[in-house]
Write a protein that binds this ligand. Structure first.
Ligand SMILES: C[S@@+](CC[C@H](N)C(=O)[O-])C[C@H]1O[C@@H](n2cnc3c(N)ncnc32)[C@H](O)[C@@H]1O
Length: 275
């Protein structure tokens, strides 16, 4: 870091920005000590001090092997979701599928599906991805991320869950992955203010079966099975209070093997159901 940049970092810290974030902002906006870019840095710092997430201000963020473009049209991908991708890769490796077809429901920025394609590609496996979202804006961001990473075997589908997915895929999907909205209204009202910068429809789901935020999980679990190959797998991220409901839903939907995994901080988080 140049002396000029060190001074700029110190100024941001004095203004109230955490040192690590101040360094990121300076590295992002002031390349090589170019003082012409300081107004842009100051504008970014003001946004951060008002509470906007750093990821939107910087406009991109790492997710597994990818640097994803992000803005307020999509959810900021979470570290737990990186674990979902890891688990999906392990499941695919166990099944030994040569050219998997993957359905990413509620793709948002494209994080899950595109990371899977990219990491499979680096293992010499050519997968095909169908990326679905109800938000046209999210699909635009996901499409841009696919182009950015030269991931071409992707089709983008504007659909509410499976409703407008091509029916000819039924029985042919090796892996359904989803990180749907799963926060109930009441919980949302008490969550971190940072979440108010993210699209509400990406976070909040109606209640179902008397379970807060369960409605989208319920639809996905109920409908996924008929889209899967006989060896196909559903991986679905859920809220930490949803374990009983997702296991019950997957069992009654007819999945033959149903597991629910904790995330790295020990919270119930990931349904793994085999057709
Ligand atoms: C929690 S975000 C997940 C985004 C991304 N998969 C990730 O993990 O970062 C949920 C996504 O589901 C989408 N979504 C919400 N309701 C939907 C529906 N009925 N059908 C399809 N997508 C939906 C939202 O637009 C949002 O992009």
């Amino acid at each position: 870091m140049t002396d000029v940049n060190a001074v700029l970092v110190a100024e941001l810290v004095a203004a109230g920005i955490e040192r690590r974030e101040a360094r990121w902002l300076v590295e992002e906006f002031v390349l090589g000590g170019d003082l012409d870019t300081v107004p842009a840095l100051n504008a970014a710092a003001r946004r951060r001090l008002e509470g906007e997430p750093l990821q939107y201000i910087i406009g991109h963020w790492p997710f597994r092997s990818l640097d994803l473009d992000l803005d307020s049209r999509v959810l900021i991908p979470r570290p737990e979701t990186e674990e979902l991708v890891g688990a999906a890769l392990q499941e695919l490796a166990k099944g030994g599928v040569v050219a998997p077809t993957i359905l990413d429901l509620g793709c948002g920025s494209g994080a899950i599906g595109l990371a899977l394609l990219d990491e499979l590609r680096s293992r010499g496996i050519v997968a095909t991805l169908v990326a679905v979202d109800e938000s046209l804006e999210a699909l635009e961001v996901a499409r841009r991320n696919a182009l950015k990473h030269q991931l071409h075997a992707v089709s983008f589908v504007h659909s509410s869950w499976f409703a407008d997915v091509d029916e000819s895929l039924q029985g042919h999907v090796d892996l359904v992955v989803a990180n749907p909205p799963y926060v109930g209204d009441v919980e949302f009202a008490h969550l971190d203010r940072v979440l108010t910068y993210e699209p509400r429809d990406a976070i909040v789901a109606p209640d179902a079966q008397g379970v807060a935020g369960f409605a989208d999980l319920e639809v996905i679990i109920n409908e996924a099975r008929r889209w899967l190959t006989p060896e196909g797998i559903l991986l679905c991220e859920h809220g930490s209070e949803h374990r009983d409901a997702v296991v019950a839903a997957a069992t009654s939907a007819g999945f033959t093997s149903v597991e629910d995994l904790d995330d790295l901080s020990g919270r119930p988080r990931l349904l793994v159901a085999r057709r």
